[in-house]
Design a protein. Structure first.
Length: 222
């Protein structure tokens, strides 16, 4: 009788061990899946991204945001001197001076079929990118879906609203870097990939104060 009980016990123990092993393997697979998912949702910049925005520019952006009662935690900084196939739209933590996320963004073609190099302008109808600081306004549904109004805050971009220059997305903008290949060009709007706009929208929509968008450039000429 004891031998029978022992045999049953051993079979049960073996089954429990196999069940435990299965649960451990399933749990490990789930954990790895979550880690991969977390990693894929993190910053999309390359290792040199941190060096494309100077600490002095970030400090100036923070001082400006404090003065104008903007969001003093996060700002959007664009470096138009980088090639269009490189990440050059940066979400920056103003306190730590760290790049949180980065993505591709278009520059204006200045009414040409294809603009070689860069040209900048502020005239209504010029089709060029306007350099300077912008206040990001309210969202709306535009020609390309979700878009955010932009208000130029300097002499170099104070016609942005009249020019219908807005922050929006377009499918022609890739989700990841494609350099040295270029990406599409716009009529002056800073246009990003649809998925990246969703990430930006999450920041803009939850901010109680306006978010600063600052487009810098000028060293690269036509």
């Amino acid at each position: 009788m004891h031998q029978i009980h022992y045999t049953i016990y051993m079979k049960l123990a073996k089954r429990l061990s196999l069940l435990l092993l299965l649960l451990l393997l399933t749990g490990a697979a789930w954990y790895l899946s979550r880690m991969r998912s977390f990693a894929s949702s993190g910053p999309s910049f390359n290792p040199k991204a941190q060096n494309t925005i100077s600490n002095s520019q970030i400090s100036e952006a923070l001082a400006y945001c404090k003065q104008k009662q903007f969001n003093t935690s996060i700002a959007f900084l664009i470096n138009m001197d980088l090639e269009s196939g490189e990440n050059r739209f940066f979400v920056v933590d103003l306190a730590s001076k760290k790049v949180l996320k980065a993505g591709l963004v278009t520059h204006g073609r200045c009414n040409q079929s294809w603009l070689v190099g860069r040209k900048y302008g502020n005239e209504v109808g010029c089709g060029c990118t306007s350099l300077g600081k912008y206040k990001i306004g309210k969202p709306y549904k535009g020609r390309f879906g979700l878009a955010y109004k932009l208000y130029g805050l300097e002499e170099t971009n104070n016609n942005a609203f009249a020019r219908f220059v807005v922050l929006h997305s377009h499918e022609c903008v890739p989700e990841k870097e494609v350099a040295p290949a270029p990406i599409c060009q716009s009529d002056g709007c800073p246009t990003v990939a649809p998925a990246f706009l969703k990430e930006l929208a999450a920041v803009i929509d939850k901010s109680e104060r306006p978010v600063l968008l600052w487009i810098e450039g000028g060293r690269i000429k036509n």
